[in-house]
Design a protein around this ligand. Structure first.
Ligand code: NAD
Length: 483
């Protein structure tokens, strides 16, 4: 009997599905995963197998626990191979990940999602983040090693769905854990697709099935069940203030990555041309839905005109006061950003108030005072207030105030080392960027590891593999030191 490639794939997927207990979702339209089942199912019916996807959060947790038990016997060398396979498969599917993220959530820009996914795939550290420590001396030898927690529950946002799953996923399994994801309901297809890719990579390197699990229809309720589930040992929560508050009350250990409202301060000593270019490039990325990006511009009087010129040169459009009032009515609703406009292109937003914006523009700037809602509210749109202040002291004080106790991210453009130092000390954020894009703090144009989980409330900052582990110490008293 002749068996073609499609049929072989179908058989392999079915067997893996049966072995892993993975869910089969009828008719869910996820590209790349349709399986031709003409021999087994009624005509016109397609089934889609998503490795690691279950009907309920409880099933997803149980499966992740079984995977963790099996994964315990996986060597560190094998973990490394699995992580390499994850990077490879995600790079191979980066276009689908980016397109799906955009189409499903309606947020951001395709070309920027390619960059964000690439960052998560290539710059999220794996095993190398988990170096053991050794102490030797008169009293013998002690080693501190990084051990897994077990099953980790990760709640992911709509703004970076695949990026957060890739990033958390690599770090979590580097640490020897398994993970259950409760993604944002508005990004469930992208999330299920990403998790399927990750599991495929694990299986291809001989790892256990369901190291990454999720459920077909995640909800706030399923997230809350996960937060209380006895088999979930650590929560990793990435999102706005509500989910952070609920998770902090769960009684479990939490890594919480909450909202931000990053100010960028520019003084008269700065390279204003570079500052303008950096701000437009960074704040325009993915239409400003990334939590670390510049959300308000605070500029000293002496630098203001020069900076504005540079911003406009590099792709900002300035909005006058009359139009700003119309814009405010459009994009702010009951003190919150109107979801309809979150993450949309500036051309689409301003068209609504009758302004045609050339295609090469990326952000709008509006001169406002410090109390304007555009400055106080985390808009997650390519709309930035431009606030003039007397001098650097006023700028730093205002930046601190507008950052609003998130202690998340802030930026300064200055060549005055005293000014930079003063702001660094006062602002107290997890990420502080000097003379670069806020994105540099995530690893685009800056050194250091990438993460899409910036945990300010619980203090981990750029969250990587080591944060998903417990430190265990083994001490041999009196022996094995060799000097
Ligand atoms: P969101 O808070 O609406 O949703 C985040 C996740 O939390 C989703 O999975 C959602 O289903 C879940 N959730 C929301 N409320 C919940 C509740 N009461 N109980 C249980 N689960 C709940 O956020 P979003 O719109 O997806 O993302 C944007 C927000 O997240 C912004 O505020 C942004 O700054 C923040 N964010 C922070 C980081 C970071 O690293 N600090 C990264 C990305 C996004």
């Amino acid at each position: 009997m002749e068996v073609n490639d499609n049929q072989i794939n179908t058989i392999v997927d079915r067997v893996v599905g049966q072995l892993t207990g993975a869910n089969v979702i009828e008719e869910q339209k996820i590209p790349q995963q349709k399986i031709n089942t003409s021999h087994d199912t009624p005509k016109n019916s397609t089934i889609i197998q998503n490795r690691g996807c279950f009907h309920s959060i409880e099933e997803a947790i149980e499966a992740a626990e079984r995977a963790f038990i099996e994964y315990k016997s996986t060597s560190i060398a094998q973990r490394k191979k699995i992580i390499s396979a994850i990077r490879e498969i995600c790079l191979d599917h980066i276009k689908e990940l980016s397109r799906m993220g955009l189409e499903e959530t309606g947020l951001g820009r395709y070309e920027d999602k390619l960059k964000k996914n690439e960052l998560a795939i290539l710059k999220t550290p794996g095993i190398e983040d988990l170096e053991p420590k050794a102490f030797s001396g008169d009293d013998g030898l002690t080693i501190d090693e990084r051990a897994p927690f077990g099953v980790i529950g990760s709640i992911t946002p709509t703004t970076n769905p695949s990026e957060t799953i890739i990033c958390n996923g690599i770090g979590i399994i580097a640490g020897g854990n398994s993970v259950v994801f409760n993604p944002h309901p508005s990004a469930k297809k992208t999330s299920v697709y990403t998790i399927d890719l990750l599991n495929r990579a694990v299986l291809s390197e001989g790892g256990p099935p369901n190291l990454f699990t999720t459920l077909a229809n995640p909800t706030i309720q399923s997230a809350q069940i996960m937060m209380k589930h006895p088999k979930v040992n650590l929560l990793v929560v990435t999102g706005g203030p509500a989910v952070v508050n609920v998770a902090m009350q769960s009684g479990k250990r939490v890594i919480a990555a909450g909202p931000g409202n990053p100010p960028v301060v520019v003084d008269e000593t700065a390279d204003l041309d570079k500052a303008g270019k950096d701000i437009v490039t960074s704040a325009g990325t993915d239409n400003n839905i990334i939590c670390v990006l510049e959300k308000e511009i605070i500029v000293t009087e002496k630098a203001a005109d020069g900076l504005k010129k540079a911003l406009i040169k590099y792709g900002a459009i300035e909005i006058g006061q009359y139009q700003a009032r119309r814009l405010e009515k459009l994009i702010i609703e009951d003190g919150h950003p109107n979801k309809k406009w979150v993450g949309k292109d500036i051309q689409i937003i301003l068209k609504e108030i009758g302004i045609d914006v050339p295609a090469d523009k990326r952000i709008a700037i509006i001169e406002t005072g410090p109390d304007h809602p555009f400055a106080r509210i985390e808009l997650l749109m390519p709309v930035l207030p431009f606030i003039r202040v007397k001098d650097i002291d006023e700028a730093i004080d205002l930046a601190y105030e507008l950052e609003n106790g998130c202690f998340h991210t802030a930026v300064i453009h200055s060549k005055n080392i005293e000014n930079m130092h003063k702001m660094a000390v006062k602002i107290n954020t997890s990420i502080f960027v000097k003379n670069g894009m806020a994105l540099a703090g995530l690893g685009i144009g800056g050194e250091g590891a990438a993460s899409f989980t910036i945990a300010s409330p619980t203090g981990e900052g750029i969250t990587t593999a080591r944060h998903f582990t417990r430190t265990r110490r083994c001490t041999l008293s009196g022996f094995l030191n060799i000097v």
